[in-house]
Design a protein around this ligand. Structure first.
Ligand SMILES: Cc1ncc(COP(=O)(O)O)c(C=O)c1O
Length: 491
């Protein structure tokens, strides 16, 4: 459970700071249903850009933003891409919600809000004293630094030095401090070591997405609800929501699957990882190129007992498809050979590298369960290709000029040719084997208790269920906070 004990002094400071900076905090209910947002805030949003550093953009931490760079409001159904069968090679319907239309171009602003909000509205985090430290492999610390700025807090972003240029360049302009740790995507241990070093300074408050329950709380309530809304909006007579697949970085997104399994009890929930770092499948390790996922450990916030399947994706597949979807020649192939509409070709640029991997997981699941045209599998596109322009350039340098023939080969080999290899339907003991891996990271290294580890396995009601239900309690605290600043009343 998330500790919601009030620190009176910190809370008074935060209320004062919010007043000075005109900060109104959105509730989880508003993120699920933006129709609850007051009209005066909508007026302000109409004047604000999606990425503007303006506190009103806190209200855009939702899947229901209009797909607009400037002045967008909200819609009833999340932005999504339905992958055509001509592309996927499987008859089942694959629906993917797009993270591109969140501020920062990635849904991780939501996870970071979920981690920061509880400590802000309880006063445990004091904006006049603490710095918010965001350890991550990229997007979470981008989201954290962005939210910190909107909430007038100082921030420190920590990420591995080999992450894409785009991440660093943007962070330099938003975060108070940016720390690059050694290694690539999967070097999370180095990030943790840095946070222990920083923790010696009492002004540094760490928001570790891998262990903060605010992360799954946000995804269960906001992402899970949005995916269910999407399915209900697009389903045709006879359609069934049978599967959801999410590659795991912090495993926050996985908890959207917890909600979906409650609503659709037959749904299978799969976790994806890079074949080059097969920690869940094989207790394996290694570097890989699917940025944002797979960090050689099992995150504390992953509800492994509720995970039905693990699917590994070769990082070469996602790289090759990134090229297919984001080059003129690749798009020519999609248009002329697959006869995709222009709108679909444009929407395929909404898939970042991990988004492509998510879609590949859905295809492998579809092949494994032999899913048909009335079966629907859901996923998310965490960020978009905008974040990887430098990667596409690097691929051109590595592989030479792209041509429609290369595009056809990439499609055939890296998408249509996917097999049901490197995946596993998890039995009870296999799930337990994965869960037990948490011991080495979290109990041995990071100070968690064996009792809490066991509770995650044996006591769902007082662990996962209890955390998911805390959104209501948090909303009450957020309402009280906004009431104290008086800003809502004086809109
Ligand atoms: C691009 C990208 N994809 C996927 C993920 C994984 O999401 P989660 O941390 O919710 O497992 C992340 C996490 O930071 C990410 O940045």
């Amino acid at each position: 459970m998330i500790d919601l004990t009030i620190n009176k002094t910190g809370l008074e400071h935060n209320i004062q700071k919010a007043k000075e900076n005109n900060i109104i905090i959105p509730t989880f209910a508003q993120m699920q249903n933006p129709e609850l947002i007051p009209g005066k805030i909508l007026d302000r949003l109409q004047k604000a850009g999606l990425w503007d550093v303006d506190p009103v953009n806190l209200f855009r931490i939702t899947w229901l933003n209009e797909a607009k760079e400037q002045g967008g409001l909200f819609q009833k159904v999340p932005n999504y891409v339905e992958i055509p069968s001509a592309l996927s090679g499987v008859p089942c319907r694959i629906i993917a919600m797009a993270g591109k239309w969140f501020p920062t171009g990635c849904h991780k602003v939501g996870a970071s809000f979920g981690c920061l909000a509880p400590r802000l509205v309880t006063g445990q985090f004091d904006t006049t004293y603490h710095h918010a430290v965001w350890p991550s492999t990229g997007n979470y610390c981008r989201g954290g630094a962005f939210n910190s700025k909107l909430l007038a807090c100082d921030s420190v972003a920590i990420l591995p030095q080999d992450m894409s240029r785009e991440r660093f360049e943007w962070l330099q302009s938003i975060a108070g401090q940016v720390i690059a740790t050694p290694g690539c995507e999967s070097n999370v241990k180095e990030i943790f070591d840095k946070t222990w070093e920083l923790k010696k300074d009492p002004t540094m408050m760490i928001f570790n997405q891998f262990s903060e329950m605010g992360n799954p709380l946000w995804h269960y309530n906001v992402t899970g609800t949005a995916l269910a809304t999407l399915f209900e909006a697009v389903k045709k007579p006879g359609d069934q929501f049978v599967g959801a697949c999410f590659t795991s970085g912090s495993a926050g997104t996985m908890s959207a699957g917890d909600l979906l399994k409650e609503r659709y009890p037959h749904l299978k929930l799969a976790v994806g990882e890079a074949l080059q770092c097969p920690t869940i499948l094989d207790n394996g390790f290694g570097g890989h190129r699917i940025e944002g996922i797979g960090d050689k450990h099992i995150p504390w916030v992953h509800n492994v007992k509720n995970t039905d399947m693990v699917i590994d994706i070769d990082d070469e597949d996602s790289q090759r498809l990134l090229r297919l979807f984001n080059t003129t020649e690749g798009q020519q192939y999609l248009r002329e050979e697959l006869h995709l509409e222009e709108e679909m070709i444009e929407k395929l640029t909404w898939l970042g590298i991990s988004g492509i991997a998510n879609v590949l997981c859905c295809i492998k699941m579809a092949k494994y369960y032999e899913l048909g045209e009335h079966d629907v599998v859901g996923t998310v596109l965490t960020d978009s290709a905008v974040m990887y322009q430098s990667r596409t350039r690097e691929l051109s340098e590595m592989y030479g000029e792209y041509t429609p023939v290369e595009a056809a080969k990439d499609h055939a080999l890296h998408m249509l040719g996917l097999k049901t290899d490197h995946m596993l339907e998890l039995t009870y003991p296999e799930r337990k084997r994965v869960h037990n891996l948490k011991y080495y990271t979290w109990v041995e290294q990071q100070g968690m208790s064996v009792e809490d580890l066991n509770a995650q396995w044996y006591d769902t009601e007082h662990t996962w269920d209890a955390v998911h239900a805390q959104a209501k309690e948090l909303d009450a605290l957020i309402d009280a906070f906004n009431e104290e600043t008086g800003l809502l009343k004086s809109l």
